[in-house]
Every structure is written in C-alpha cells, then in structure tokens.
Write a protein that binds this ligand. Structure first.
Ligand SMILES: [Fe+2]
Length: 541
C-alpha cells in the first residue's frame, strides 16, 4: 500500500475561512453570483418513464439558454441538444426550500421511447452578464419500461437522502434545519457533477499525534464554491459510481428513485436483484414495506450502503419530505404525530421503541449501532477496510481473503457512516447478541469499529464539528433521554457485512457509505465481492 501523507491537504483558505467552511451556514440561492449572472433549473419530478414529458423550471439572467442532456452510464452519451431556449429571471420566494420555488415551466421535452433507463444529466449553459459562461446542472432518472426483466439489476438511487441534504435555497434536514423540504428546487452545486479531485469524506492521510481535526471535504467545498453537503449526498458522490461500474462490468442495470419504492412498489417485482448504494439514510414506512415484500416473495437485495437511519414521511404526492429528527427541542414538541397521530410513523430513528421496526428487520443492520469512521475526530486512523471474519463465505470466493484480512483498505471503503449490530465474539468469530434484534440466521462476515462521538483525551470539544450531538440525539431516540448514561450505550458502534435469508429471498448488506469508493478506485477485491453478490443474485454462474 502506498504510504499515506501525514498532512491535511490544503486548499489555500485562511484559518478564519477554514473555520467558516466547517461551522458557517452557507448555501446556494438566486442572485448569489451577482454581476456574473446565473442559471438555475429543476424538474417537476425525480423520475420519468420513456415517453413521459419532463417539465423544466428555469430562472436565468440570460434571455436564451442551451440545453444538453447526457446519459451518465458506462459511457457518457449525449441524447438531446437544443440552443436558443427562451428563458427569463423568475422571482423565488424566501421559503423556497420548504414550499418550492414556484417558477413557471420554461421548457418541456419528452423522454425518448428508446432512452435506456439511467441517470440523465441536464446541462444548461448561457452567456453571463459579464460575458463569461454561466451553467447549471440537473439530473433526472429515466425509468425502465414495465415488464419482467430476468438478468437485470434495479438500482434505487438514494433520492430521499439527496433531498434531506440539499442545500439549495437554505433548507435541509441539517444545519439549514427545516422539518419540511421541497423537491421543487435545484440541487446544490456538486450534487450532480463533481471534478475528480473533490475530496471524499474519509481522509486520505494519517493525522499526526494530537492533531486538531480538519475536514478537507468542507474546506474544498468552500474554496471552490460547491455545496457544503456535496460530500454527504448526491448522484455525483455516490450513486453514479455503482451505476457506471455495473455497466462497465457488463451488467444490465436500470435506475429508479425512492419515490418508485413508495408510490409504485410493484416495480421491484420485475427484478431478481435490487441494489442500494452509497449514503442511504432516509426511508418511508412504505418504502420498507416494498423491500420486505419483494424479499419475502423471493427477491434478492444487495445493499452496499450505510446509515439506514431515519423514518421520513412524504406529502403532496412526494413533493414535500418531512423529518423532525434534527429538531433541537424535545420530540413531542416537534413531530405532530406524537400529539395526534400514529407514532409508528414518527420521523425519528428506526430503533425508537414507538416505531417498533428496527432497521435490521429489513436490511440486517442498524444505523444506531453504527456510525462514523475514517474522518474528523471519528476513528481518523481506523481500519479503512472491513476486517474479515468468515473468509469462506460465498461472497468472498476468488478473492484470496484470509481470516483477519482487511477488504478494501487500499480504496478506503470503511466509513464515513456505517451500519452495525450489537455483537459478541466467541472463539474468534462474531455473532449478533440475543438483544440485537438481528433476523434469524444472520451471519456476520466482517466487523470494524465505528463511533458516534468525536472525542479523545487530546481533543477539545470546541475543536470538533460532530462532537457528541449525533450520539446524544440517537441516545434520546432509542433510550428516551440524551443522558450521559444513554450516550454510553450508543456511542461505540461498528460497521458490518452481513448476509441472511428472509421468506423466499435473501439480503446481502455491506453497511458502509463508501463501498462505491472501492468501485470508483478500481479496487480489484471490492469489485470481485460485488460481482460475486450480483452474479449469485442474478442466478449467473
Ligand atoms: Fe447520514
């Protein structure tokens, strides 16, 4: 393995700018580029069937814009091009992140009947007010045609997580906190396209002793004018890397959004193998029902994703996503279901007792037994790959892995958020504890350490970004109160690879956001395990 550097990368920010890059609130909004000018664009939906019409809402300082549409698969294929589209500046309400931008439709086009399912990037360009080019990027998902598709994979993009983190217009489920976020707005910069040098969250360096943590991904975002949340969510950071790998490796793969899981779950039944990747944190009750029913009926689920964390609700035909989890007040003051509704639909951790549906019942692992590794002050010198305990499992065929090896350390697949279980080691092998809630027969193939809390004997709380806030909110959701004693119960977690059968079907889950980094970085062993899982679940030899 190449020796990792001992210095943080530097993007030319002053210490004050670095501080702001991490702790400041900043986001994309209309008018932000001043005399340069801007284009912004969104579509009426996440996804469309062939033949359906896409409505594009555009605001532009230029009177005419050009549109290019590229399918972002194994190759980048241009499918549509048009210049001279009339556009105008449209006013945006202050509450656009919550209520939507409300722009009138500027342009519409039909998805071609022959456009293969996948992620299609829309690039709008024009001349800025100062004569330099202006540009905006958007993405729509083209769905497969209906009908049984033996031998094909369905990848479900983590669109609810994209939306939860989207910074555009100043509302998300995080530091721009709003319990309601709208799909009717553009994506933050870096959600659709990123340059290859954009840092991922996990560190590609080893911090020297007693270092104050730095967050290169946030410094780079601020230094280059990208969304503060590009490293956390989006097609560009996560979903596209699996899709492109799968096509290049010769698999036939279709793409859907999480809205299909919620509103048209029957889409799953056309497939033998459904895949989830990347940072996949937010799901509705109905989305889980869809996956559980699919597996019960004999479907295979391969999840190469982390942070199966929080229940959301959808409103207004999916245009509004609801989540009160990051409310700083107590639970009852936030989500209205605690006052008057069905508390099993509360927008909190799946492991909250009132929901009664721990995440592991669907995917074998819980986010509240995760969570972070490989960055900041969160196991920054951690394992990087998955420590392997059961190398004889079918998923590791042809890898040459041994007991105690690390899978994917070179490409740093372990982090930045993980899913795990409460477990114990007997005779050198991990087992879920009887209290873990793990599905019957679940086998733990790999386990590494994760943590919810950024702390250490040389670390001052004011030098941390995550600190203990996520640990305390998880403690409150799962154990009712954010006390020290409850924090102690949740703060040490793990990231696992597990496999179990359910009904007629089966689930394989590598509980890490960064599996896609192994595919992006062409880690032969990670690619081999991915192929082993896909081949088995597609019934290939
Ligand atoms: Fe997350």
């Amino acid at each position: 393995m190449t020796k990792l550097p001992n210095e943080y990368p530097d993007f030319g920010l002053t210490p004050q700018q670095r501080q702001f890059a991490v702790r400041g609130r900043y986001y994309e909004m209309p008018g932000m580029d001043g005399d340069h000018g801007e284009i912004w664009c969104y579509s009426d939906r996440f996804s469309y069937r062939p033949g359906e019409t896409v409505l594009l809402q555009v605001t532009s300082t230029a009177p005419r814009v050009a549109l290019e549409i590229v399918r972002d698969g194994a190759d980048e294929t241009r499918v549509f091009e048009k210049s001279g589209i009339d556009a105008r500046w449209q006013d945006t309400p202050a509450e656009c992140g919550v209520e939507g931008s409300g722009w009138e439709t500027t342009f519409e086009f039909k998805v071609g009947a022959d456009w293969p399912s996948g992620g299609y990037r829309l690039k709008l360009t024009a001349e800025g007010k100062d004569g330099r080019p202006i540009c905006c990027q958007h993405i729509v998902i083209v769905l497969p045609k209906a009908g049984r598709k033996p031998g094909r994979i369905l990848q479900v993009a983590a669109t609810s997580t994209w939306l939860a983190y989207n910074t555009w217009g100043g509302a998300n489920h995080y530091d721009l906190y709003s319990p309601i976020v709208s799909t009717q707005r553009p994506w933050g910069r870096g959600f659709v396209v990123l340059p290859s040098q954009a840092p991922r969250v996990p560190l590609e360096m080893v911090p020297p002793p007693k270092t104050v943590p730095r967050y290169p991904q946030l410094e780079w975002a601020y230094a280059t004018g990208h969304s503060k949340k590009y490293p956390a969510a989006g097609w560009a950071s996560y979903d596209r890397h699996f899709f492109r790998f799968a096509e290049r490796a010769g698999y036939a793969v279709d793409l859907a959004s999480q809205h299909e899981l919620h509103f048209s779950p029957e889409i799953l039944l056309d497939y033998d193998c459904v895949v989830f990747v990347g940072h996949d944190e937010y799901w509705t009750w109905e989305m889980r029902d869809a996956v559980d029913a699919f597996v019960d009926l004999g479907g295979h689920v391969a999840r190469f994703a982390g942070n199966f964390g929080t229940q959301i609700r959808l409103e207004d035909e999916g245009r509004r996503q609801v989540c009160y989890n990051k409310d700083t007040r107590d639970k009852a003051a936030g989500d209205p279901v605690y006052g008057s509704g069905d508390v099993s639909r509360a927008t909190t951790s799946w492991e909250a007792p009132e929901i009664g549906r721990p995440g592991c019942k669907t995917f074998g692992l819980n986010s509240s037994n995760g969570c972070y590794a490989g960055w900041g002050g969160l196991a920054p010198r951690g394992v990087r790959g998955f420590p392997i305990y059961r190398p004889d499992h079918w998923a590791f065929a042809d890898t040459g892995l041994y007991y105690g090896d690390l899978l994917g350390a070179e490409s740093h697949i372990f982090g930045y958020e993980l899913d795990g279980l409460d477990y114990e080691i007997r005779n050198g092998l991990p087992y879920p504890t009887t209290m873990s809630g793990a599905p019957e027969g679940l086998e733990i193939l790999a386990v590494g350490m994760g943590t919810f809390v950024e702390e250490g004997r040389h670390l001052r709380p004011e030098d941390t970004w995550v600190g203990d806030s996520d640990g305390r909110s998880t403690a409150e959701s799962v154990f009712g109160e954010a006390s020290d004693a409850n924090l102690e119960k949740v703060k040490r977690g793990s990231g696992m690879i597990v496999n179990f059968k359910r009904g007629q079907g089966e689930v394989f889950h590598a509980g890490t956001c960064e599996w896609v980094a192994g595919l992006l970085r062409h880690d032969a062993m990670v690619e081999c395990v991915t192929r082993n899982v896909l081949n088995r679940y597609l019934g290939r030899k």
